[in-house]
Design a protein. Structure first.
Length: 401
């Protein structure tokens, strides 16, 4: 039996608890890293291992698989199937051999929901942090989640109501980005970020965020670059910077830029990682739907949402999705406060026109006010610590059995 100690709140728990953490994409890596840091403060003897990225690695999490091997969408899974199977087998072996005291799954439902079933069958308690978007599509997953998960930590207040008919204990912990971005803004000045990134301090700056998955780069990079080129024709004073997620290889980006044949007068900086510095430094942004839209909203950076996918994927999504917008700030606001130009509407001239409107003037000021209102609706920070408290409670309950 592991040695027991008294935690700060007085409950008995193993001094060397083993926690398997699984996060499959770049945005989840940030949330998982904050969670690990908070739980380690409460349980300093805990050992963390699992799937994650560079942020989790910085928190001394033993990475059994790097999340770049899972950076694909569900409907574009086949080219990466071998890597995904390998990751699955590696995590399954860890369940058998390590017998973790707690499994913590962060977002990434396409991988984590099936793995939750396996973890539950192994007897390990399962905490799911960031609910799958059952309010948007596939509401049938609610019953699956309730059967496979012991506790669920949600980041939007309305999500708890969706599980009201189940026995699953659901806790609203707040949005984790409020804390992370708040700390970042307190510690970094906008001009200092530009200097650190090697960007012009005075020029207007457009940030391009085409995604963190291979298939997103495949479909979004070229039209994003064309939109930037068209904006440059009318506003040559605007500099461009392309944010490359840690899960994307630089070679793919460089090939896309080469094929775009951009004019030499267009300044385009390519920066790997460092997305918060880039958002803080930018005057406006062009982003695909996803977590980046919430990051931009909380930073208060005006932006346009655009993106494309295969015709088949788009056709299927029209029947599966039960929402009127893809950008989360629009869903929270209940109306389109951010332009969404998707699929056939993701026409570079239209995108460039929408970006031009946000360079200055009333459209920019209006969106900034509405983004501030969305951020205020997310409440106070503390999501990572509240989730860590749930994990500590679950580990303490295990120690009493």
């Amino acid at each position: 039996m592991p040695e027991r100690r008294m935690n700060p709140k007085g409950s008995s728990m193993p001094d060397c608890s083993k926690v398997l953490v699984c996060s499959g994409d770049a945005s989840g890596d940030l949330l998982a890293a904050d969670f690990v840091r908070a739980l380690r403060t409460r349980c300093p003897g805990a050992r963390f291992f699992g799937i994650g990225g560079d942020q989790m690695q910085e928190e001394k999490v033993e990475l059994l698989v790097h999340q770049r091997n899972l950076a694909v969408g569900l409907l574009n899974i086949f080219p990466s199937l071998r890597r995904i199977i390998s990751a699955w087998l590696r995590l399954s072996r860890a369940l058998r051999e390590e017998k973790p005291d707690l499994v913590v799954l962060v977002d990434s439902p396409d991988f984590n929901l099936p793995f939750a079933r396996k973890a539950a069958r192994s007897g390990a308690p399962v905490l799911y942090y960031v609910s799958p978007q059952v309010w948007a599509w596939r509401k049938g997953r609610i019953s699956k989640i309730a059967k496979r998960v012991d506790r669920l930590a949600v980041i939007f207040p309305f999500e708890a109501e969706l599980y009201a008919g189940t026995d699953l204990q659901v806790d609203f912990v707040g949005h984790p980005l409020v804390d992370r971005i708040g700390r970042f803004r307190d510690q970094h000045q906008r001009e200092a970020c530009r200097v650190a990134l090697g960007l012009d301090v005075d020029a207007p700056l457009l940030l391009l965020m085409p995604g963190s998955r291979r298939n997103e780069i495949q479909f979004c990079l070229a039209p994003f670059l064309e939109s930037a080129r068209l904006l440059h024709v009318e506003h040559p004073e605007v500099h461009m910077v392309l944010s490359v997620a840690p899960t994307i290889e630089r070679a793919a980006i460089e090939e896309g830029i080469r094929l775009a044949n951009l004019p030499e007068t267009l300044r385009l900086d390519v920066i790997h990682g460092r997305s918060y510095e880039l958002i803080h430094a930018a005057d406006l942004a062009l982003a695909k739907p996803g977590t980046s839209t919430m990051e931009l909203a909380i930073f208060g950076c005006p932006f346009v949402v655009s993106g494309k996918t295969t015709r088949f994927t788009y056709f299927i999504s029209r029947f599966l999705l039960h929402i009127t917008a893809l950008a989360m700030p629009n869903l929270i606001a209940g109306r389109h406060i951010v332009p969404e130009l998707l699929q056939a509407e993701a026409d570079p001239p239209r995108v460039a026109e929408a970006l031009t409107a946000l360079l200055n003037g009333p459209a920019r000021e209006t969106q900034q006010r509405e983004l501030a209102a969305v951020t205020n609706s997310l409440g106070e920070g503390g999501a990572a610590d509240r989730t860590a408290a749930i994990a500590e409670e679950m580990l303490g309950a295990l120690a009493k059995t």
